[in-house]
Design a protein around this ligand. Structure first.
Ligand code: ZN
Length: 458
């Protein structure tokens, strides 16, 4: 029997064990944004370290950072001169709120039919465990055809504040030929997908301060500016009536879509009805002159993510709030620079702000967009996905951001292979996140093939 067949057999015979380990990891509530979960984050990191040690990793090390630790591990190939594949992952998850909308407890990891439901089941503990199951299956059936390095962080969902400095100061340790980043997903369960483009992200916060405390609106209404009114007015002026962003210079660096690019984007079939069903919105909305996939994949956006001001409890209370706050993020496309855009936005918002209030704007995080249809290892991955699903591959420009890909390219000089086995209706970041398990199992098989595909080229 070939190593491929033996590896696949090992996986099918041990699928239940792998699913149990996957549940064990998912049950650790490693919410990175909540300081109360600091010990859980550590536990998730240590769970993976133990798993890597059990796979025979020669070097497993947990590096502390200012917030949550980074895990590095290395498993050597037997053969001299084998290529090195770095597998990236994150073991932290998004918060679970609103908790009352979950049908099962978010960290129970209940398996019901084809689905495992839990925060992190899809994004991305399922993908982390799929990679580790593939590595174990390959090792059980013969020698490893590649050197493997693993880089797992616990801060992805809060913008990876420690990752860049870690990568830039550990270039030797992380040196590799290929980077696999399975933090992306598939277009549908019949469309294995390689993401070759991602939008960047700029996240910032605005605060408008007026009176020193909330005021009685009967006594003071009409004599001071209301920060909530002012903030609403600022936000209203961030877009034009046609849905485009009104910040001067926002589109200056955006490259026009070529006909070839438009064609490639159109090759991915997503019906408007599917988007309506996925979102539950009464109608699609967005920048005029572009298709929905062009808007999510190749056009920048600006969106309010959170708004806060004044009295938001039950009933009524007549006040002029002391302040108003908004959290806003922009999805960026290649050539747009998050730092430069932040300055443009800051200048524009400042120009809109009356002197009757005080304005503060600060940046949370920023990352550039990314384009990689030529990442090393793409042939091995494409063949592995094709042989597993026996369906044509989809190459996709995605609306989300994976800033780590740009960071790795900058410091390690290697473009990442972005793939993954989550589906668009997995509800990542929302209540009732789940992973479609038949797709997860095919994903493990594809990753087994991916690793073994390097055997023929070296
Ligand atoms: Zn993720």
């Amino acid at each position: 029997m070939t190593q491929l067949n033996e590896s696949l057999k090992y996986f099918s015979e041990h699928t239940d064990d792998f699913l149990r380990q996957y549940q064990e990891l998912v049950r650790i509530p490693s919410v990175s944004t909540d300081p109360e979960h600091k010990a859980d984050i550590r536990a998730a990191c240590e769970f993976l370290a133990a798993k890597l040690r059990s796979l025979g990793a020669q070097h497993v090390e947990i590096f502390p950072t200012n917030i949550h630790p980074i895990l590095f591990a290395e498993i050597h190939a037997e053969k001299e001169g084998a290529p090195t594949v770095l597998i990236y992952g994150h073991y932290d998850v998004q918060p679970v709120n609103p908790i009352e909308e979950w049908h099962t407890p978010p960290f129970e990891a209940r398996i019901d039919g084809d689905y495992m439901t839990a925060r992190g089941a899809s994004d991305m503990k399922g993908q982390v465990m799929a990679s580790l199951a593939a590595v174990e299956s390959v090792l059980a059936a013969g020698p490893l055809p590649v050197n493997l390095k693993f880089l797992y962080e616990g801060e992805e969902e809060i913008g990876s504040p420690s990752l860049e400095s870690f990568i830039s100061t550990h270039k030797e340790l992380l040196a590799c030929d290929v980077i696999l980043n399975p933090d992306s997903g598939m277009l549908s369960k019949d469309q294995p997908t390689i993401v070759y483009g991602l939008r960047g992200l700029l996240y910032f916060e605005i605060r408008v301060d007026g009176p020193k405390a909330d005021l009685h609106s009967g006594i003071f209404g009409g004599v001071v500016a209301n920060p909530a009114n002012v903030l609403a007015d600022i936000i209203a002026r961030l877009h034009n009536p046609d849905g485009s962003v009104a910040v001067p210079g926002f589109y200056d660096r955006v490259l026009p879509l070529t006909p070839a690019e438009k064609q490639r984007i159109a090759s991915v079939q997503v019906e408007p009805e599917t988007l309506l069903k996925l979102t539950g919105s009464p109608e699609l909305y967005g920048e005029a002159g572009y298709t929905p996939l062009e808007r999510t994949g190749a056009r920048p956006t600006l969106d309010v993510n959170g708004l806060y001001s004044g009295f938001i409890g039950e009933g009524s209370k007549t006040i002029i709030p002391a302040y108003a706050k908004a959290k806003i993020s922009c999805r960026l496309v290649p050539e747009q620079n998050p730092d430069e855009l932040f300055e443009l936005i800051q200048a524009y918002i400042t120009s809109l702000t009356p002197s009757a209030v005080r304005l503060t704007i600060f940046k949370h995080s920023g990352g550039s967009a990314y384009l990689a249809d030529d990442a090393p290892g793409i042939e091995q991955l494409a063949k592995a996905l094709g042989d597993t699903w026996n369906k044509p591959l989809s190459y996709k420009r995605e609306g989300g951001s994976v800033p780590v890909t740009a960071t790795m390219l900058k410091h390690l000089g290697v473009k990442s292979l972005l793939t993954g086995f989550g589906l668009p209706d997995d509800r990542i970041h929302s209540p009732n996140e789940h992973q479609h398990l038949p797709t997860w199992k095919l994903g493990v098989q594809a990753l087994i093939r991916f690793l073994l595909n390097f055997d023929n080229v070296h």
